[in-house]
Design a protein around this ligand. Structure first.
Ligand code: PMV
Length: 311
């Protein structure tokens, strides 16, 4: 069987506000992936070879309600099959709890591996729904943006409970650096804290969420028109609003400021925040110097990814 895989993702605009129905933009990071292979075994188990910080995880049975068991159960129910005697061997390049969507990608590959094993088709809409159900059990109130961008592997303009909109016109090739603070942070904690803040100070917080949504809307036009300068400015404005939602952190702020000082068009945290990754939009020529500055400023790893210009 050919290995199956799923990509990482970054949120370019709109995290947190997206939970409350405002638009957000996310793109897949196609060269950073989780891959799964199937090997014969005596009973169903999922072995994770190199999930960062989790060198070897084995789930020999499905009794638990953890994410791996949940997606496996949902997939087996959908295919109307019982647990097969196989090992699903997972190899991941996506750091966990870092805002890159490792949880949704892991669920997606497990379901894809089972589909491949049974020789059954698994349409993106069905897979998207399964991964979303799994995310809901394990992350409280996810907006659904992670599973959508990871399953369809396309840039998306996402609004909760609305039909999926793929952004198919990209006016200019965009280069992003993804700087990892090395600090793990759980998304459901920061999402829960923003919810408490909104409940306590609705008059202060609701306008911030609205403004984040309006930035995502303007950013979509700028992306379609290839207006790199505006995209960068909107990213930095988005970061400032996320700071006001209390989801940034000293290390994220340091990396954002260093990237801007080194000539990035714009920079912001990406994902749940409080740690994890930040992103910077850079000119192709500035990619290396900004990357060096990020590493000097404490990033433990810096990836480069591109959003390709459409034809
Ligand atoms: O930290 P991540 O990669 O799971 O991204 C979370 C994005 C949020 O908007 C904060 C939450 C959500 O469900 O959309």
């Amino acid at each position: 069987m050919q290995p199956v895989s799923a990509p990482a993702k970054i949120i370019l605009f709109g995290e947190h506000a997206v939970v409350y129905g405002y638009p957000a933009i996310a793109v897949p990071v196609c060269d950073v992936r989780i891959t799964a292979q199937i090997k014969p075994a005596e009973a169903l188990r999922v072995v994770s070879l190199d999930m960062h910080d989790h060198p070897l995880v084995v789930y020999p049975q499905l009794a638990g309600d953890d994410a791996v068991s949940t997606i496996t159960r949902l997939a087996l129910q959908y295919f109307d099959e019982s647990p097969p005697p196989i090992t699903i061997e997972i190899n991941s390049q996506i750091p966990v709890a870092s805002g890159l969507g490792s949880g949704a990608a892991l669920s997606a590959v497990i379901a894809r591996a089972l589909a491949a094993h049974f020789g059954k088709s698994l349409q993106p809409d069905t897979l998207n729904d399964m991964v979303f159900q799994t995310e809901k059990l394990h992350h409280g109130t996810p907006s659904g943006i992670d599973n959508t961008v990871i399953v369809y592997e396309k840039p998306v303009y996402f609004r909760r409970s609305q039909p999926i909109e793929i952004i198919s016109r990209i006016g200019k090739r965009l280069t992003f650096l993804i700087g990892d603070t090395g600090e793990k942070a759980l998304t459901h904690v920061s999402v829960g804290d923003v919810r408490k803040l909104r409940d306590m100070h609705p008059d202060e917080i609701e306008p911030i969420l609205y403004e984040i949504g309006s930035i995502a809307e303007r950013a979509r036009t700028a992306i379609e028109q290839g207006d790199v300068k505006t995209i960068g400015e909107l990213m930095t404005q988005n970061h400032e609003l996320l700071q006001r939602l209390t989801v940034s952190s000293p290390s994220l702020d340091t990396l954002v400021t260093s990237a801007l000082d080194a000539g990035a068009y714009g920079a912001k945290l990406s994902g749940g925040g409080r740690g994890g990754n930040m992103i910077a939009l850079v000119d192709e020529d500035h990619a290396e110097p900004v990357k060096d500055v990020l590493l000097q400023s404490g990033a433990v790893n810096v990836l480069t990814t591109h959003l390709l210009e459409s034809d």
